[in-house]
Design a protein around this ligand. Structure first.
Ligand code: UN1
Length: 498
């Protein structure tokens, strides 16, 4: 019997008010895992109400105390890491070692943001008059709406929930509809760590719940990670309502390999970045930009290593590539492989489904002979497909790298320090790697991208706090009299004259 996954509202596990449900499916076995509350506007309303009730007390809990709860969250995540990872693999298909890494990112973030409880730094600066003091403080915003995808079902929510909490906000969280059970177990950790009821609420569901959250007048900030298509809708709707939005959307990330690169290192990094998580990372490598001299040897190595990848159910420790998350995702990959073929690419390996009776699997696929203007070189496929583009020089490689609508991550393999530093200067992505694949960002640095990847905000690091705080500038006049500057200002504003 499939279990029931409920909403978490005001510290209680509750079914959707209308009683509707949907199913979550194991993409490797196609078995139903759980029946899940399908939330409507009413459920979102109830969650916002619970958050509103909890917020006034939570914002007054001293930040170091809030930080202690986050440390406790980190410890519980450590204790439950294996179970959380297994649930994740069952629910969305990434291989178990990667699922452990996903939970680890949340642990790292909880320790990091717990520490922010003793910082949340503002600043003071000199002021113009004697006996006057000025400071800028980070203040909480209120109720935060968080909408996340299924591909990093614990890491990505943690990048939003933890900074929002340390800053003293209350949250309504709508997780991806493919990973509700993982999200529910993650939310349980916060309750068990002593977070007061109503500070973090979870509503499961699809578009309707998401739309209700974005449109709710009680929610001041929306932090969204997901597809560009949905992200743009979120941004548009939120703009009408004057809300602050933090967007993390697609990527079309490239690894550049120059002739002088360490070929073994480059090949391994390309395989891992392109086919890890079955290519379903926004940081995944979907383009290889390779200089002509090294190209033949590198391609031989890639074809050989791709052939050896073990595909299957990621609960098995020896499996390296799991399934796509659902049938729709699989069909999207099939569609794009068709587009590639029509555009005249050369399919070096893959290009079809493996011989397995069940599951949404697709063979890791290498496209050669790709030119930068092809659709497969510009559009996000979000699957195990790597497009290989040949270039003559570093300059051309940089131009190809930068010439896509996205700007999340990029990488260059070279042993030449001058080339590496030129790349750091000229690659226009939010994240740049030297001699390392395009994935694996660490939580203490800003995470996010340029161009169509986002809207200029960044997650992780201290910059994460920018989405979840308002600056409050405070002036304290301790002179005990009306000072000259104040009179001057009043004169300007109120026409008092001198
Ligand atoms: C994502 O793909 O949505 O850099 C996040 C990485 C991970 C996070 C990726 N730390 O690959």
């Amino acid at each position: 019997m499939a279990e029931m996954v409920r909403n978490f509202i005001g510290g209680e596990w509750v079914e959707a008010r209308g009683g509707d449900t949907f199913e979550t499916i194991n993409p490797a076995t196609e078995e139903v895992i759980a029946s899940v509350a399908r939330s409507t506007r009413e459920d979102v309303d109830a969650a916002v109400k619970a958050a509103k009730q909890a917020y006034p007390n939570w914002r007054l809990v001293p930040a170091p105390r809030r930080g202690e709860i986050l440390y406790r969250v980190a410890q519980l995540l450590q204790e439950r890491k294996e179970n959380l990872a297994r649930t994740m693999t069952q629910e969305m298909g990434k291989v178990i070692s990667e699922a452990r890494g996903d939970v680890q990112e949340a642990i790292d973030m909880a320790f990091f943001m717990g520490g922010e409880g003793r910082r949340l730094l503002g600043y003071t600066a000199p002021v113009e008059m004697p006996n006057k003091f000025g400071m800028a403080l980070r203040d909480s915003v209120g109720i935060i709406g968080i909408i996340t995808p299924w591909n990093f079902p614990i890491a990505v929510p943690s990048w939003k929930i933890l900074p929002a909490l340390i800053a003293g906000n209350a949250i309504v969280f709508k997780p991806g509809e493919d990973t509700p059970r993982t999200a529910a177990e993650f939310a349980r950790v916060f309750g068990d760590a002593g977070l007061p009821p109503g500070v973090l609420n979870v509503v499961h569901g699809a578009g309707e719940a998401g739309e209700a959250l974005v449109s709710h007048p009680g929610v001041r900030v929306i932090s969204f990670t997901g597809s560009t298509q949905t992200g743009v809708k979120v941004y548009t709707r939120a703009a009408e309502l004057g809300k602050k939005v933090c967007l993390e959307m697609g990527g079309k990330n490239a690894i550049i390999v120059l002739d002088d690169a360490n070929i073994e290192l480059a090949a391994k990094a390309i395989i891992w970045s392109a086919f890890g998580t079955t290519g379903q990372r926004c940081t995944a490598t979907s383009r290889l930009i390779v200089q002509s001299g090294i190209r033949p040897k590198l391609i031989d190595a890639l074809v050989e290593q791709t052939r050896q990848l073990k595909i299957g159910y990621g609960i098995d420790e020896s499996v390296q590539v799991g399934p796509l998350v659902n049938r729709k995702a699989l069909e999207k990959v099939e569609y794009y492989v068709g587009v590639g073929r029509d555009e005249g690419v050369d399919v070096l390996i893959g290009g079809g489904r493996p011989n397995l009776d069940k599951g949404y699997f697709y063979l890791p696929t290498l496209f050669d002979g790709v030119s930068p203007d092809m659709r497969v070189a510009k559009e996000e496929i979000f699957g195990p497909v790597l497009s290989i583009i040949e270039v003559k020089s570093l300059e051309e490689a940089v131009e190809v790298n930068n010439g896509v609508p996205y700007g999340l991550s990029s990488s260059i393999f070279t042993e030449n320090v001058n080339a590496a530093f030129r790349a750091i200067r000229d690659l226009t992505t939010g994240i740049v790697y030297i001699n390392h694949g395009t994935t694996g960002a660490e939580i203490q640095f800003p995470f996010g991208g340029t161009r169509g990847t986002g809207n200029g905000m960044r997650e992780a690091g201290q910059t994460a706090l920018d989405a979840f705080t308002e600056w409050k500038s405070v002036y304290v006049d301790y002179s005990g009299r009306l000072q000259r500057a104040q009179i001057d200002n009043d004169a300007v504003l109120g026409g008092l004259g001198n």
